[in-house]
Design a protein around this ligand. Structure first.
Ligand SMILES: *Cc1c(COP(=O)(O)O)cnc(C)c1O
Length: 402
């Protein structure tokens, strides 16, 4: 990554997120290429980073979008993803969201419960439409990742078990307003082991064959997202082995494969850049206090996530410290017990691997405006989201003050 963080700080102030669009292109292309033996759709998981310019960049490369709210569906459309490449997932879609999704004529609604299927049937009947249905199967496989980002076990809220799925497909077949079109399975995020994915896909492929035997022919098999990235020293799943193992299990089945990566595409494209406000020592604990905080990047606080951190100065004098923000929570840290060099006021600090689940999880806690987002492509930078101002933060409240 060849980005001049100092120049960007001078131009856009701090804190900011910067995304390397060339990296996004490379990640997308690598995955798409590894599926080349087969009809495939890479449906980018918008929740990882939903900036319109990021989605547009991927849409231009041919990507579809995997969305988990109608807001994300509308973002994808706005950014130029065609409706026939958009999928709508999520355990709790409201009637309004289902109605809008049907009216927008997106590719698939990923249904996650028997009750939801009934709602979709009722609503599509009312609208005189036929809903293309994909059912999210919960294969009860342990993906071996952080429990907060595990989704493929029965103890998680996602999807339905195989028997329920089968009954739901039969309901679709017998309904005039439902069309059984796809099958979906997503077992978790930041996956670094292939075996659980293979096991899950095997279960899904068996169900596809079972359904075929009763004349239910699906067109799409959605293998979910979840491919991990390197934050520290993770050994990753090889994308070629990944696609090969999917193709092996799919032998003899002529379905288009959908894959929904989020983190894999954008995670390592992004850097969160913040500047040093103060250093202080409490007892014998050293703290570096920066202008970014947990409301900007919550992953360390939420998952105890590791992010590689680099202080951009020439100081060689390292010592143990905690890197913290100004928010009034002890959970407001980027790293604890980390060796960092002595810093001075206004030194910049780069927090890497922040392109996924960084800005999209940001909040306005402590009345802090969300930071600027910048894209760099072929050495050229551009602003893709303005820093929020105080006026932005109060805009929806101001008129109600009495
Ligand atoms: C979050 C999510 C993804 C993307 O997960 P990543 O780990 O970012 O690849 C894909 N599909 C569904 C249904 C999701 O909820």
């Amino acid at each position: 990554m060849n980005i001049d963080f100092k120049e960007l700080a001078n131009k856009y102030q701090t804190p900011y997120y910067v995304y390397d669009f060339n990296h996004i292109t490379a990640q997308y292309t690598q995955l798409k290429e590894s599926f080349r033996a087969r009809k495939s759709l890479i449906a980018y998981a918008v929740k990882a980073n939903s900036n319109l310019s990021v989605i547009k960049h991927l849409a231009n490369l041919g990507a579809g979008a995997d969305c988990v709210s109608i807001g994300e569906v509308k973002r994808a459309l706005k950014a130029g993803v065609p409706s026939y490449k958009i999928i709508f997932s999520g355990v709790g879609k409201s009637d309004e969201e289902i109605k809008e999704a049907l009216n927008l004529d997106i590719l698939l609604i990923n249904v996650e419960s028997a009750e939801e299927l009934n709602r979709v049937e009722t609503i599509s009947k009312e609208l005189n439409k036929v809903a293309r249905i994909s059912i999210r199967v919960n294969p009860n496989i342990d993906p071996k990742t952080h429990p907060y980002i595990s989704t493929g076990l029965h103890e998680n809220k996602f999807g339905v078990d195989i028997d329920t799925a089968k009954r739901m497909y039969i309901q679709c077949k017998n309904s005039e307003s439902l069309e059984p079109t796809g099958i979906h399975c997503h077992i978790g995020s930041q996956l670094t082991q292939l075996q659980p994915i293979k096991d899950a896909i095997k279960i899904v492929a068996d169900l596809i064959r079972n359904l075929k035997a009763i004349k239910i022919d699906l067109s799409f098999m959605d293998v979910g997202g979840g491919l991990g990235i390197v934050y520290k020293d993770e050994v990753l799943i090889d994308t070629y082995e990944y696609t090969q193992s999917i193709l092996d299990v799919m032998f003899g089945l002529d379905l288009t494969i959908i894959c929904e990566p989020g983190r894999f595409i954008v995670g390592n494209s992004g850097v969160f850049v913040t500047k040093v406000l103060y250093e202080k020592v409490n007892g014998n604990k050293r703290f570096i206090i920066v202008d970014g905080a947990m409301n900007d990047l919550i992953r360390p606080a939420l998952y105890n996530a590791y992010h590689r951190i680099e202080v951009l100065n020439d100081n060689k004098e390292f010592s143990d410290c905690n890197l913290v923000g100004p928010v009034c929570e002890s959970g407001d840290f980027f790293a604890k017990n980390i060796e960092l060099p002595k810093t001075n006021h206004n030194d910049l600090i780069a927090i890497y691997s922040a392109g996924a689940y960084g800005f999209t999880m940001a909040s306005n806690y402590n009345t802090r405006g969300r930071v600027a987002e910048i894209a760099v492509e072929n050495g050229v930078d551009r602003l893709i989201r303005k820093r929020e101002t105080f006026e932005d933060l109060i805009a929806l409240e101001e008129e109600f003050i009495k």
